[in-house]
Design a protein around this ligand. Structure first.
Ligand code: ZN
Length: 322
C-alpha cells in the first residue's frame, strides 16, 4: 500500500460561488454557484472517497480509522487537515474562527480552525480582508456596533502565487475574483461578523455570530505575513510557505524530474497546474491539474516527472485532541 491514494472531491454550493472550479479544473460541479471543492477531507460534512487501489470506494475517514499504518499512527482522534479549493465569485462574509480550546467547549468537540491560502489565480487589482485596525477590544466592539466596516477592516492587495497564513482569531474574508487553495484544520466552524447585508436565494439574511466573534478575535491584529523560502534542486524548486503548530505547506514546482522523500507521517498533495507522473517503487501514477492525493507513511523516496505544480502539506504536532 505504499502508493499514492487518489481522492474524489466533494462540492459545496455557496451564495458567493461561481463556475471556475469547472472552467479551470473541469470538475463536474453541481451548479453555477459552486463555492468549495473539498479536495482532501475526512470531515463529516463532506468526505473524500478513495478512487484507486484496494481501498477504492472507502471514505478518507474510514481508512483513517481502519488503516492507521497508512498515516504512521499519527496521534490524533481524526484526520487533522482539510484541503479545499475556493472559487470566490463574490465577496465572502467577513469572519473569524475559534481556536481548539474554544471550539472544544462551545462547538461540541469540533477542532478550532487555523487556515492558510495559496492564491491560484485572481482578478487584476483583487484584494482581501486580513486583520483589522482596532487597538482594543472596546474599540473593536464599538466599530462593529456602529457598522464602521471601512474603518475597522484591513484590506490588502493580492496577486497569483501569494500565500497567507491565517491563524484562528484572525478576521478575514476572501473577496470577489479569487481562486484559492486552502489548507486548514479539519473544522467547519465559522463566526460571521459582517455579510454585506446580502440576502440569499430565500431572501433571508444569513445569521451573524457577533458575540462569539468578539470573544475569539485577536485584538490588536499584529500578525505579519510569513515569508516563503525557495530552494532550487535538480529538476525544479521547493518553496516552504509555513511551518506552524498545525501544518507545514510547500509548493513543489517540477520542471523536468525532481527527487523527493516522504519522511513525514503522510503528505497531502494537490496538483494546481500541469501534468506528469509520480514514480514510486510500486509503479508510476499519472497526475494532472485538479488531482488530489495522499502519500502514505513509509513511501520513502519518489520522483515526480513532468511540468507540474503541487501544493503539498503535512500536519505537525499541534492538532492532537484525544
Ligand atoms: Zn476562514
Amino acid at each position: 500500500m505504499k502508493q499514492p491514494i487518489f481522492l474524489v472531491s466533494i462540492f459545496q454550493e455557496r451564495i458567493w460561488g461561481g463556475t471556475k472550479l469547472n472552467q479551470v479544473y473541469q470538475y463536474d460541479i453541481p451548479s453555477y454557484q459552486t463555492g468549495e471543492c473539498w479536495a482532501i477531507s475526512a470531515h463529516p460534512n463532506g468526505q473524500s472517497i478513495v478512487r484507486n487501489g484496494k481501498l477504492k470506494g472507502k471514505t478518507l475517514g474510514e481508512i483513517w480509522t481502519e488503516h492507521p499504518d497508512l498515516f504512521g499512527h499519527f496521534n490524533s482522534d481524526r484526520f487533522p487537515l482539510l484541503t479545499k479549493i475556493l472559487d470566490a465569485n463574490d465577496d465572502l462574509s467577513v469572519q473569524v474562527h475559534p481556536n481548539d480550546e474554544y471550539a472544544k467547549v462551545n462547538e461540541n468537540g469540533e477542532l478550532g480552525k487555523t487556515e492558510c491560502w495559496y492564491i491560484i489565480d485572481c482578478d487584476e487589482d483583487a484584494d482581501m480582508i486580513f486583520g483589522h485596525h482596532a487597538h482594543t477590544k472596546e474599540e473593536f466592539i464599538q466599530l462593529v456596533n456602529e457598522g464602521k466596516w471601512d474603518d475597522l477592516l484591513q484590506r490588502i492587495k493580492i496577486k497569483p502565487g501569494d500565500f497567507f497564513y491565517v491563524p484562528s482569531g484572525t478576521i478575514h474574508a476572501l473577496c470577489k475574483g479569487t481562486l484559492v487553495l486552502e489548507t486548514q484544520q479539519s473544522s467547519d466552524t465559522t463566526y460571521r461578523v459582517y455579510d454585506y447585508d446580502r440576502r440569499g436565494k430565500d431572501r433571508k439574511l444569513r445569521e451573524l455570530h457577533l458575540d462569539k466573534a468578539i470573544e475569539v478575535t485577536t485584538v490588536p491584529h499584529t500578525l505579519q505575513n510569513t515569508s516563503p523560502t525557495t530552494t532550487k534542486q535538480p529538476g525544479g524548486t521547493v518553496t516552504t510557505y509555513v511551518t506552524e503548530d498545525y501544518f507545514s505547506v510547500y509548493k513543489w514546482k517540477v520542471e523536468s524530474t525532481i527527487e523527493l522523500t516522504q519522511d513525514k507521517h503522510f503528505i497531502l498533495c494537490s496538483v494546481i497546474n500541469g501534468n506528469g507522473q509520480v514514480r514510486t517503487e510500486k509503479g508510476n501514477f499519472k497526475i494532472e491539474s485538479g488531482d488530489h492525493f495522499i502519500l502514505p507513511y513509509g513511501m520513502d523516496s519518489f520522483t515526480i516527472e513532468g511540468s507540474v505544480q503541487i501544493i503539498a502539506s503535512h500536519p505537525n504536532n499541534g492538532g492532537t485532541q484525544q
